[in-house]
Design a protein around this ligand. Sequence first.
Ligand SMILES: Nc1ncnc2c1ncn2[C@@H]1O[C@H](COP(=O)(O)OP(=O)(O)OP(=O)(O)O)[C@@H](O)[C@H]1O
Length: 264
Amino acid sequence: MTSAHSRHETGYPPHGLPPAAAAVDLTKVHCGGAGEVTALDHVTVSFHKGQFTAIMGPSGSGKSTLMQCLAGLDSPTSGSVRIGDQELSRLSDRQLTQLRRERIGFVFQAFHLLPTLTVAENITLPLVIAGRRPAPEWLDQVITALGLTQRLTHRPGQLSGGQQQRVACARALAGRPQIIFADEPTGNLDSRSGAEVLSLLTQLVRHMGQTIVMVTHDPVAATYADRVVFLADGRIVDEIRQPDTDQVLERMKQFDLPGGAPGR
Ligand SMILES: Nc1ncnc2c1ncn2[C@@H]1O[C@H](COP(=O)(O)OP(=O)(O)OP(=O)(O)O)[C@@H](O)[C@H]1O
């Protein structure tokens, strides 16, 4: 197990390239009916280009909040977020929407496909909405990589859950995003379909240089990643590179122990 370099700093690229995404000293306080909740507490983390990172941690540890802030869907209370060389706080709402459309792909637990559209139409829909023209060669490459060539005229209802999630992955990739954020992408799939989707995500990283950040509760899913970052109580408490299931399970067990977030 590789411990984080310090409790506030983890994941700077060893090769000196700028990261695909980074949070620096990121704090997010949610103000709700029950008062203020510090969901992220001075988090500094970066995500290398061409790497697959999993984010894990107990329920309520801040995983979704971190992903939402990184993707520009939520704004930090303090600290900063960069996608590539672009700091998000400097952008107007309109520029942020444009950045999300052009540079970020999303995959969610629910596939969010439109049932009346074909697979091909679902894949290109975000591009069409954004007024962008799909690049045919790139689309071919994506569709082939995700094994969807024979499914393009099908409707989502004619596909299995795993196939539908592959369509959602193709849709996320269609605009050639710099980074894909995946929130529990296998949460609705049986283990075999989940493994298939995760293998395909891994292929996208290995062969197409895609950068992926995935939130997951599943230790097996996390082992497909190059690196697992652990959050507890809004802080990054550890990371494992080239994880195996035993290491991840062992680390997760510690969260159940009293004071179970060593590294803080
Ligand atoms: N909109 C909100 N308003 C108030 N509190 C919130 C809001 N969103 C999240 N929180 C709180 O912030 C903390 C972190 O939540 P977050 O959803 O980021 O955790 P998580 O690790 O993704 O949890 P889970 O694994 O259960 O999805 C929790 O205490 C949560 O209740």
